[in-house]
Write a protein that binds this ligand. Structure first.
Ligand code: PXP
Length: 247
């Protein structure tokens, strides 16, 4: 049995982004999830944002029915989204901060500053059998708050590290390593995510005690280039039926 295998959760939000920009019925989210699972993903992650800019409620319902691995729903601590989560019952919910104007999730959840607001949400999710994770910075204050709140899982925000270079990146990586060790000592499962790509993944792999990496944007971007050649060929094949107006 492989013991140290790191699980990959693929965030497929940006497959939905491609659909939403044209208002088409494709690309199909269930198909995307199945491709990821067939390739070895251990879970599928989607973020149901308050403004529904990519993932829609119906996507979460369809994915819940279709996926064979684990569905991880990222969401803000918002009563409307919470009611969707309680109905759909994903395997995991990752509570994230959310600001409508942001391009993507910026910064971690202030678990320490929002213990009072988070506690009832966490309780409701756990009562529904959903595993709760908190997306937080690798700061002892936040990690200790997650433990106090009874969230069994944290996802360390790797976005800052992924944006940095040189000594600043190494310093941030050291902070992530210290945070992961503390979380592990407190009995928390440690996931990580945001901004991870093929170039910075080697540094991320230095973080101890990792269970899952949640990666989205870079995989979907990479898929454009791993798939574009075939997509062009398939269209050219379809065009071979052209008869120039001849019967
Ligand atoms: N983890 C969390 C909590 C996120 O909010 C996101 C972005 O939706 C990701 C992971 C994936 O980040 P990226 O798309 O940069 O790989």
């Amino acid at each position: 049995m492989k013991t140290n295998q790191l699980r990959l959760g693929v965030n497929i939000d940006h497959v939905a982004t491609l659909r939403q920009v044209r208002g088409t019925a494709y690309p199909d989210m269930v198909q995307a999830a199945r491709v990821c699972e067939a390739a070895g993903a251990g879970g599928i992650t989607v973020h149901l944002r308050e403004d529904r800019r990519h993932i829609q409620d119906r996507d979460v319902v369809a994915l819940r029915k279709a996926i064979k691995t684990r569905l991880n729903l990222e969401m803000a601590n918002n009563p409307d989204i919470l009611s969707v989560a309680l109905k759909v019952k994903p395997d995991e919910v990752c509570l994230v901060p959310e600001r409508r104007q942001e391009l993507t999730t910026e910064g971690g959840l202030d678990a320490a500053g929002q213990e009072r607001q988070l506690r009832p949400t966490i309780k409701k999710l756990q009562a529904a059998g959903i595993e709760v994770s908190l997306f937080i910075e690798a700061h002892p204050r936040q990690i200790e708050a997650a433990a106090r709140l009874g969230a069994p899982v944290i996802e360390l925000h790797t976005g800052t590290y992924c944006d940095l270079k040189g000594s600043a990146a190494r310093k941030e990586l050291a902070r992530l390593c210290v945070g992961a060790r503390l979380a592990h000592t407190l009995g928390l499962t440690v996931n990580a995510g945001h901004g991870i790509n093929l170039e910075n993944a080697a540094g991320i792999l230095e973080i101890p005690h990792l269970h899952t990496l949640n990666i989205g944007h870079s995989i979907i971007c990479n898929a454009v280039f791993t798939g574009l050649n075939r997509a062009v060929r398939e269209m050219l094949d379809a065009m071979r039926a052209y008869r120039g107006g001849k019967p």
